[in-house]
Design a protein around this ligand. Structure first.
Ligand code: COA
Length: 373
């Protein structure tokens, strides 16, 4: 296995394996536009969306989280006994007490000397789970064991809600150990402010969103995190990054944040647009097929972006979760990034999934007496 010898704190930690899981259905946002009487260009051009991943009636958050975890473990050369930590970040919890990690552990047959728990902070929960795993390894507390981290969500809005075209689902799992795919810098830049921009009180089926406030918070968070990083790392630090991944509620929101960030840093609009199209836009290739997967959205972008990178390539990942908390992380590609073995997960799931029509979507959402999906 890849773990460090027991009892040794390690200095380099990161991603040793990646697995992803998408559900078996998808819906084109242009079909949603026709159902809701909207111009399809509003969803495709105005929001930058394309398809949303949807769970069938037989699927859900456990299926996604467990599927991603299995795939990450399958392509790792360790054993279940080599894991000392299982953390699941999600805002699609199925129970107020029992953590989603218990369902994942059950499915994996993982029990024993393992710390297993769930982390919640809106879309930031997956990043927190990953950070905790990295810091656990670096502290020496891991004693040579590896961590399994899962970010998984099913993002649904009330039918007819303005957020409906941004819906999605998906899961990403990482084995955190020797950083063969990417090391994660221990030093990161966090920023939080208590706000009510997006929330889902206990017992409420779908989220409440203050769209304009959530965009403002997201832009402010990005500006604060990047400024702190630049102050420390220097003006040239951004140009050394091959790619910059953002949490992706929907692609246009990311673009707006990048343009606002550029303006706050004194860039011309031309420079900001070039930065977006060269370093940010391409990272969202898979997000166009998943839609917003909340905790998983950023890490789907990171997983996509790591593929084919040469060892030493530097990336940044900006995480945002309403409420709000945010963090800017930096990663360095390892020797196994170039191979990008985990691309198969998304290629397989997208090739095998069924694009449903309007009637099936309505059936799935429980709207009117229509044929089941
Ligand atoms: N063709 C092209 N673009 C069009 C269009 C058309 N026919 N009609 C509208 N648009 C554009 C608008 O100009 C706007 O773009 P702009 O913001 O660049 O000006 C965009 O489409 C959205 O239109 P808007 O009227 O603002 O949409 P809305 O009021 O229905 O809000 C969301 C939709 C998704 C933006 C809003 O619900 C939201 O912000 N939701 C959630 C945010 C979120 O996910 N937060 C989570 C935490 S980060």
């Amino acid at each position: 296995m890849n773990s460090q010898p027991a009892s040794h704190a390690t200095t380099e930690v990161g991603i040793a394996s990646i697995g992803l899981q998408l559900p078996s259905l998808a819906f084109d946002v242009r079909d949603l536009a026709s159902l809701r009487g909207e111009d399809p260009d509003k969803f495709t051009i105005g929001l930058g969306c394309r398809e949303m991943a949807l769970c069938s009636e037989d699927e859900g958050i456990v299926h996604l989280a467990l599927g991603a975890a299995r795939r990450a473990l399958d392509r790792w050369d360790g054993e279940l006994d080599d894991l000392g930590l299982l953390v699941v970040g999600t805002e699609s919890a199925v129970d107020m007490s029992r953590p989603l990690s218990a369902w994942v552990a059950d499915g994996l047959g993982l029990r024993g000397a393992v710390r297993s728990y769930e982390v919640k902070h809106a879309c930031y929960g997956g990043t927190l789970a990953l950070r905790q795993a990295v810091e656990w390894k670096l502290s020496g507390a891991a004693a040579g064991k590896a961590a399994l981290v899962v970010a998984a969500d099913v993002a649904l809005y009330e039918p007819g809600d303005p957020g409906e075209p941004t819906q999605g689902a998906g899961a990403v799992a990482f084995v955190v150990d020797v950083p063969t795919i990417a090391s994660i810098d221990v030093h990161s830049h966090a920023w939080s402010e208590p706000e009510f921009d997006f929330w889902r009180p206990v017992g409420q089926d779908f989220p409440s969103v203050d769209g304009p406030l959530s965009l403002d918070c997201y832009k402010r968070a990005a500006e604060r995190c990047f400024r702190r990083w630049i102050e420390e790392a220097g003006d040239a630090s951004l140009s050394k990054l091959e790619a910059v991944c953002f949490h992706v509620p929907f692609p246009k929101m990311v673009k707006k944040a990048v343009l606002a960030l550029g303006e706050s840093l004194g860039w011309s609009e031309e420079v900001s647009r070039a930065f977006y199209s060269e370093k940010v836009g391409p990272t969202m290739g898979w997000n166009l097929f998943t839609g917003n997967a909340y905790t998983a959205a950023l890490w789907i972008a990171v997983a996509r972006t790591l593929i084919g990178r040469t060892e030493g390539a530097r990336l940044a990942a900006f995480s945002y979760g309403s409420g709000f908390g945010s963090e800017l992380l930096t990663l360095t590609a390892g020797p196994a990034a170039i191979d990008g073995a985990w691309a198969r997960d998304v290629e397989t799931d997208v090739a095998n999934r069924r694009l449903i029509d309007v009637a099936a979507y309505q059936g799935l959402r429980g709207e009117r007496e229509v044929a089941a999906a």
